[in-house]
Design a protein around this ligand. Structure first.
Ligand code: NDP
Length: 331
């Protein structure tokens, strides 16, 4: 292993101001961990934008290397399940927040955090998915465990043109579901249809607090990336025995609902957490995504960037200016 490696490093200055710069670090500075990974690709999540810009107190200790997700090959390992040369992907576990992440040529982590890349998935495409794609996979997995079936009726995806939503639409369509995509952006209708949406609804349909506790049974299930009144609203429209995967909060984290969808229709609200998800489930869901998702649809969602574009991407994502999934070459 070489002695020095390039990294994007955040430092805290006067008055707590956080600034970032590309630096050469020594391998001796890497944190503890039984596996060192040569990082090939990373990505920019909203949380990365917050970390890079010192927002939200997600990082407690500086200097810090951000990067919530990365893919690469094992460089050295004392973990029994991983050997040098193995292709791996990491999402979550608060890497890039409470410990150094993937915005560096080398990353050192506990080997139990790493998932060996399933056959058929490249390192680059693993980052086109990243936390967003993995979370979409988790949501579909939870809904199927609760009884969702391709012939059971329409499945709603809210926030459909976002990172999680796009992969959820493509994955559900590839599995044979009839997908209804809810979006606020008319310009994404063609894109969502190409991903496999059977029909598209305007997100304004779900924007108001519902007037009645139950409405007509419309969807067998939903992947909800929006929360707030959207979640309150769609709960009234889920068919008997159906389920909703609560993933996101882009429309607000407070939900005012009655218990009637749960009590009178047996509707289930399923919580989705990608960060602390256990390793065996991670491996299973990554494999399902690799086996199911048409790779040309994934390619339509992602765009490739250079390492030195990270600071610009970190600012852009906070302003909602990054469409689909940004993949960044590390090095
Ligand atoms: P994106 O920013 O890529 O997409 C979010 C989408 O939500 C937007 O594209 C938009 O969809 C919609 N949206 C944005 N603002 C509003 C609004 N005010 N009202 C209604 N809809 C809105 O985010 P991601 O797809 O990466 O993440 C989606 C959510 O899931 C986020 O809240 C994120 O924090 C959360 N998340 C949760 C995880 C978990 O483990 N539970 C893991 C990863 C993400 P459109 O333009 O189509 O209307």
């Amino acid at each position: 292993m070489s002695d020095g490696f390039k990294a994007y490093v955040l430092r805290e200055g006067e008055g707590g101001k956080v600034t970032g710069a590309f630096e050469e670090l020594a391998t001796a500075e890497l944190p503890d961990g039984d596996v060192t990974v040569r990082v090939a690709y990373t990505t920019v999540n909203y949380k990365d934008g917050m970390v890079m810009n010192g927002i939200g107190r997600l990082v407690r200790k500086y200097p810090h290397v951000p990067g919530v997700d990365f893919s690469g090959t094992v460089e050295t390992s004392s973990h029994s399940g991983l050997a040098p040369g193995d292709p791996v992907v990491l999402t979550g576990w608060r890497v890039g927040e409470t410990r150094w992440g993937g915005y560096a040529v080398l990353a050192r982590v506990p080997g139990d955090y790493l998932v060996r890349l399933p056959a058929g998935l490249s390192l680059e495409r693993a980052m086109a998915l990243g936390t967003a794609g993995f979370t979409a996979g988790l949501a579909v997995d939870s809904l199927e465990a609760a009884g969702m079936r391709p012939d059971g009726g329409e499945v709603l995806v809210t926030g459909a043109s976002g990172g999680v939503g796009s992969v959820a639409v493509a994955l559900l369509a590839a599995k044979g579901y009839t997908v209804v995509a809810s979006t606020g952006r008319a310009e994404t209708h063609g894109y969502l249809t190409e991903l496999g949406a059977a029909s598209i609804v305007d997100r304004a349909e779900f924007a108001e607090q519902p007037k009645r506790p139950l409405a007509s049974e419309r969807f067998q299930a939903a992947v909800d990336n929006v929360g707030g009144t959207t979640l309150a609203n769609l709960l009234t429209q889920v068919a008997y025995g159906g389920s909703v995967a609560a993933v996101g909060l882009t429309g607000g984290n407070e939900v005012t609902t009655t218990v009637l969808p749960f009590l009178l229709r047996g509707v289930s609200l399923l919580g989705i957490d990608s960060v602390m998800c256990p390793k065996d489930r991670r491996e299973r869901v990554w494999k399902t995504i690799a086996d199911t998702l048409p790779m040309d649809r994934l390619d339509a969602v992602s765009h490739l960037h250079r390492f030195d574009e990270l600071p610009d991407l970190g600012r852009a994502i906070l302003k909602g200016e990054v469409r689909g999934r940004a993949v960044v070459t590390v090095g």
